[in-house]
Design a binder for this molecule. Structure first.
Ligand code: NAP
Length: 290
């Protein structure tokens, strides 16, 4: 049986680890706040009190953490305590250059590191239908496929270390732009007194239809901003994509505008809400009740 150490059992990592347990993997979970580790234990996993204990006997180490500094801190511990040769899969969304650096550092110490950021949201994590963009070596990708097949429905090896994160940055650019235009459309429809649910029904079926509209349209109309995907995480991702675009010498004018709007939401104290709260920002900017 393959032993997977899973570090970071939050909105995404919790259900991903639980799905690995259900699929028959021996999962040792660790989370900074112990209550989330307990939830995994209730579902048949094992719990550890720290990173070192979780990874010591693991065949695979998986991480699902918020940002680049968190992944750097945890992988430093992993490289110190796991067995050389261990496959390390980072599912978090972090900077592509940091992912490439960590893979090189790991390789120097005998570890096989993949960047494997995911898309599909909390529901995709619960359903095991995430879309996974993977950067790293061919053989390591092949060895990780049994894990990817449990947590995801689509897994594509997109290039060397860091390439998965570059693809994920593009994903976040597209999602942010979609969300912002959906928010503007709903505020616009409401201002004209149109039945928004009826409007969304017809928009869904035409060229304006999208996964963003499917997943977030009705929650915007209902003003339900329970996360989901927090504004502060999407703000982090827009920092990643604007930085990476500048490095490549390309411009992303609409992306830069949405990045500012997400930053404004966070600055106004809404960083903990779902990113669909862009609707509330557009409402406020329009002088309407959010
Ligand atoms: P989350 O609910 O905040 O989970 C992150 C987990 O990491 C938490 O359980 C947290 O522990 C733990 N953690 C944070 N900092 C840590 C540190 N320095 N050391 C050890 N553990 C630490 O976030 P999430 O929504 O699952 O997102 C995780 C990653 O997936 C992010 O990179 C995000 O951008 C990406 N992502 C999220 C979604 C989504 O829809 N939510 C979709 C795709 C990708 P505590 O319990 O103590 O806070």
């Amino acid at each position: 049986m393959t032993t997977v150490a899973f570090i970071g059992l939050g909105i995404m990592g919790g259900p991903m680890a639980a799905n690995l347990v259900a699929a028959g993997f021996d999962v040792i979970g660790y989370n900074r706040t112990p209550a989330k580790t307990e939830r995994l234990v209730e579902r048949g996993g094992r719990g550890a009190d720290g990173v070192a204990e979780a990874v010591r006997d693991a065949d695979v180490v998986a991480t699902m953490l918020p940002d680049s500094p968190d992944v750097r801190a945890v992988l430093t511990e992993v490289f110190a305590h796991a067995r050389p040769g261990t496959l390390v899969i980072d599912f978090s969304t972090i900077r592509p250059d940091v992912a490439a650096e960590l893979a090189a550092e790991g390789a120097e110490r005998g570890f096989r590191v993949l960047d494997a950021p995911v898309s599909g949201g909390e529901q995709g994590a619960i359903d095991g239908t995430l879309s996974i963009a993977v950067g790293g070596a061919d053989r390591d990708f092949a060895d990780a496929v049994p894990v990817f097949e449990v947590v995801g429905a689509t897994m594509v090896h997109v290039g060397p270390s860091g390439a998965g994160q570059t693809v994920k940055a593009a994903n976040q650019l597209i999602v942010a732009g979609n969300l912002q235009l959906l928010a503007e459309a709903i505020v616009f429809l409401e201002a004209h007194g149109v039945d928004t649910n009826a409007a969304l029904q017809v928009l869904r079926a035409g060229m304006a239809g999208s996964v963003v509209l499917e997943r977030k349209g009705s929650s915007m109309v209902a003003r339900d901003f329970e996360p989901g995907f927090r504004v502060e995480l999407h703000d982090k991702d827009m920092g990643i994509v604007t930085g990476a675009a500048r490095e490549a010498g390309v411009v992303i004018p609409l992306g830069a505008a949405v990045a500012q709007l997400l930053a404004a939401l966070k600055a106004q104290g809404d960083g903990g809400l779902d990113h669909s709260a862009l609707y509330a920002l557009v409402s406020r900017l329009s002088g309407r009740d959010a």
